[in-house]
Design a protein around this ligand. Sequence first.
Ligand SMILES: Nc1ncnc2c1ncn2[C@@H]1O[C@H](COP(=O)(O)OP(=O)(O)O)[C@@H](O)[C@H]1O
Ligand SMILES: O=C(O)C1=C[C@@H](OP(=O)(O)O)[C@@H](O)[C@H](O)C1
Ligand SMILES: [Mg+2]
Length: 174
Amino acid sequence: MSKSSSRLALIGMMGAGKSRVAELVGQHASVPAWDLDVLIEREQGFRIAEIFQRRGEAYFRELEQRTLAGLSLRPGPFVLALGGGASVHPQSQKILTSHFAVVWLDAPAEVLYQRAYGPDRPLAARGASFFETLANERRPIYEGLADWRVDVASIPAEKVAACILSWWRGAADA
Ligand SMILES: Nc1ncnc2c1ncn2[C@@H]1O[C@H](COP(=O)(O)OP(=O)(O)O)[C@@H](O)[C@H]1O
Ligand SMILES: O=C(O)C1=C[C@@H](OP(=O)(O)O)[C@@H](O)[C@H](O)C1
Ligand SMILES: [Mg+2]
């Protein structure tokens, strides 16, 4: 791989397992695992749903972009779970393309919705039909950014993490 592969970014729709799998990859590879949403919540002192409610989605998207830009300056190795919408911002796409090995966790929208539905995710709370439309809109973006895609529909998070780690090690050696 021509770009740096010492920073690994997990992208994909809500419910794909990015947060859980990043933790597992971090543990198995003995590298730090960061979660963009957690970093934003810590910095802001509010949960994501509260940030959406108080400041709106556009404000949250700027926070995602700024936080990702900050992380891209940190030396690797580390693994980062993005939020599902964090790879939509054009500036974030540039950062991902130039500073990260990018893995897309993919599954059909129905599967992801079942996993994502709940009060913590304001956009999943808008219902299955909105979720599916959003997933279809974002699909080409994830596809364009990904160095590798993994189908997470019917394999457990532990196995997803093992597959990704093995791919990452291969990418680092390439
Ligand atoms: N491969 C998987 N198979 C089944 N459930 C999973 C898998 N990966 C994650 N989950 C579960 O799905 C939910 C969403 O996972 P999470 O890591 O928060 O996803 P994301 O960060 O992509 O939104 C959690 O309850 C998690 O335990
Ligand atoms: O897809 C999105 O727009 C969002 C995904 C969430 O993260 P996960 O993908 O980790 O659930 C979180 O950033 C926020 O609720 C918005
Ligand atoms: Mg997450």
